[in-house]
Design a protein around this ligand. Structure first.
Ligand code: FAD
Length: 280
């Protein structure tokens, strides 16, 4: 039987999904944050829908000689607004990482695979309505909060939004200029209609003292009160809603520190005031 016979199907690349489950997009923009962190944008499949805070699954083709070509997929929080016609992501480069070493080699115009379905529960609709939204992140865990900050609804729902971004060194304070602009103009766009929220930005740099930044891990800054002082707001589980994203150790320690303050993880069967997402 010839290879082009209708009854034979082409061999599928290892790791690949059914072709109708993903689209092939193109990288349109890349910006280095430092030597191991970068932001990038891709075209957006018109049918791709997501809620701010959700993640996509990205795929790259690896072809490392003997092993042959294969697709490698990873979860990535979407950093862009739900209304943008592109998708933005914020990535680390893990030394020897199977996915990120390949991702970091992509150039504008190169192809990237994106599953057509979005995933995840780090979304503000998990909560009963509140007045104060705490967005607590470490490293690239800031990404979903950049999408949430561009959701006009949070600016018309909450009276106070606090963005906490914990990094090791000051060159890892990605998106700082964007967040400071949102704080100045009271929303993601100038004159955001009906916005009532004030935004506090609390950058944390753990390894070196930096003016205007805290130098303590988030759990310690919660326990000693320095986070509340910097934010100008008390962590109060009544009006407060907290979202945690980043490395699992930070997320676990912050969860425990917030539970000690009366916060509870929101579950489908039992709505609470805390939502969490671990990156590995
Ligand atoms: P892996 O083999 O996947 O990871 C190797 C090790 O690298 C991990 O065990 C961990 O120690 C470390 N590592 C992995 N990811 C990170 C990270 N982001 N920061 C610091 N250390 C890390 N990564 C992003 O860069 N940006 C995102 O927006 C993002 N969103 C995610 C959303 C979800 C829901 C999940 C589960 C993960 C997310 N990740 C994100 C992590 C991402 O899926 C990959 O793990 C990462 O791209 C590294 O892939 P890799 O194959 O190179 O290394």
């Amino acid at each position: 039987m010839s290879a082009s016979s209708p009854s034979s199907s082409p061999a599928r690349i290892p790791g690949s999904l059914a072709p109708d489950k993903y689209s092939t997009e193109r990288v349109t923009w890349i910006e280095a944050v430092n030597d191991h962190l970068f932001r990038f944008r891709t075209t957006r499949y018109p049918g791709f829908r997501f809620a701010p805070g959700q993640f996509a699954r990205l795929g790259v083709l690896r072809d490392d000689g003997d092993a042959g070509p294969r697709h490698v997929w990873r979860a990535y929080s979407i950093a862009s607004a739900a209304y943008d016609d592109f998708l933005e992501f914020y990535s680390i480069v893990v030394p020897d990482g199977e996915f990120t070493t390949r991702l970091a080699g992509l150039k504008v115009g190169d192809e990237l695979l994106i599953e057509k379905t979005s995933y995840g529960f780090l979304t503000t609709d998990r909560f009963p309505s509140g007045e104060q939204l705490w967005l607590l992140s470490s490293g690239t865990g800031l990404a979903p909060f950049m999408s949430i900050l561009q959701d006009l609804t949070v600016w018309t729902t909450y009276r106070k939004i606090v963005v906490v971004h914990s990094v090791r060194t000051p060159d890892e304070l990605a998106y700082r200029a964007d967040i400071e602009r949102y704080a100045r103009q009271g929303g993601p766009i100038p004159d955001t209609p009906d916005a009532i929220a004030a935004l506090s930005y609390v950058p944390i740099v753990t390894r070196v003292p930096i003016d205007g930044c805290l130098q303590a891990r988030i759990p310690a800054a919660i326990r000693d009160g320095s986070l509340e002082t910097a934010a100008g707001l008390r962590l109060d589980p009544g009006p407060g809603r907290a979202m945690l994203c980043g490395n699992p150790e930070m997320v676990e320690d912050v969860r425990a520190a917030l539970q000690a303050r009366g916060f509870a993880v929101s579950r489908r069967s039992h709505p609470g005031n805390m939502a969490i997402e671990n990156y590995w």
